[in-house]
Design a protein around this ligand. Structure first.
Ligand code: C5P
Length: 236
C-alpha cells in the first residue's frame, strides 16, 4: 500500500536555511527529502549533516557522471553522510556504476540505495534523437540502461513513471524505481515533458515518486503534500 513513505519532496531551494524550513514544515507529511544540485552547489555536502542529525532520510540527487575513479571517490564522500539514496547517470557505463556500488558496499551504517538515472524526464524523444544523437524510442533506451544498471550493481533507477512498467518487467519487482516528472491533475507541467500523476506512477510500479514544484511552490505546502499522499493512498 502506497502512502507518505513513498513520497520524496525535492528541496529545490537555494539555501540550507530555506531547505531546513521546508523540511521542518513537511517532516510529518512525507517520507524523504531530495537534495539536488541547486542546494548542493551553494551549500556543499556538509549540509547533509543537518538532515542526518535530525534523522530525516535524504535522497542525494547528485547525478554523478565522470570517470570511474572520480565517481568512486565522490560516492564515498556521499556515503559517509548516511544518505538513504543517491544516484549516478546510467549512461556513465557499467564500470562507473560499479565504482559507485563498491563505495556503497563500504558504508559504515546502513547501505544506501544506489540509483542510476536513465533519461531525464525533461527530455523528449526528439531531443534524444536529434540533439543527443541516440536513435530509436525512449522506451527501448530506458530499458537498455535499466538492465545495464542492474547488471552493474545499482539497486534501482530514476526514470519516468511512463517507463516504470517496462522496467519492472525487465528488472524484476525488487529493482527500485524512483519517478520524478510527477504532476497531480491540479498542478501545472512546468518544464517537465513526460509527466504522470502520483496514482498512475504507483500503479505503473514506481516505488517512490519525487515531487518538487507542485508542493514547494504551493500556497499551502502541507496541504499540497497531503493531497499528493491522498492520491497515493487511492492507488492502493
Ligand atoms: O519540480 P519538479 O517536480 O519538476 O522537480 C523534479 C525534481 O526531480 C527536480 O529536482 C529534478 O532535478 C529531479 N529529476 C527530474 N528528472 C530526472 C531526475 C531528477 O526531474 N530524470
Amino acid at each position: 500500500m502506497a502512502g507518505k513513505e513513498n513520497l520524496i519532496v525535492a528541496l529545490d531551494v537555494p539555501t540550507l536555511a530555506e531547505a531546513q524550513k521546508l523540511a521542518d514544515e513537511l517532516r510529518n507529511e512525507v517520507g524523504m527529502f531530495k537534495v539536488g544540485l541547486e542546494l548542493y552547489s551553494r551549500e556543499g555536502l556538509d549540509l547533509l549533516s543537518w538532515f542526518s542529525k535530525e534523522s530525516l532520510p535524504v535522497f542525494f540527487d547528485g547525478k554523478f557522471h565522470d570517470i570511474p575513479n572520480t565517481v568512486a571517490a565522490a560516492s564515498a564522500a556521499v556515503v559517509a553522510h548516511n544518505v538513504k539514496m543517491f544516484n549516478v547517470h546510467a549512461a556513465g557505463g557499467s564500470k562507473m556504476i560499479g565504482a559507485a556500488a563498491e563505495a556503497c558496499a563500504k558504508a559504515n551504517g546502513a547501505k544506501p540505495i544506489l540509483l542510476a538515472v536513465t533519461i531525464l524526464t525533461s527530455m523528449s524523444q526528439q531531443v534524444m534523437n536529434d540533439e543527443i544523437g541516440i536513435a530509436g524510442q525512449v522506451e527501448s533506451y530506458v530499458k537498455k540502461l535499466a538492465l545495464l544498471s542492474k547488471f552493474a550493481g545499482a539497486d534501482g533507477v530514476v526514470a519516468s513513471a511512463a517507463e516504470a512498467k517496462l522496467i519492472a518487467e525487465a528488472c524484476g519487482r525488487d529493482f527500485v524505481i524512483v519517478t520524478p516528472g510527477i504532476r497531480p491533475s491540479w498542478a501545472g507541467q512546468d518544464d517537465q515533458v513526460r509527466v504522470v500523476t502520483p496514482a498512475d506512477a504507483i500503479s505503473n510500479g514506481a516505488h517512490y515518486i519525487v515531487v518538487g514544484r507542485p508542493i514547494v511552490k504551493a500556497a499551502n505546502r502541507k496541504d499540497a503534500a497531503k493531497r499528493v499522499v491522498e492520491e497515493l493512498l487511492s492507488a492502493g
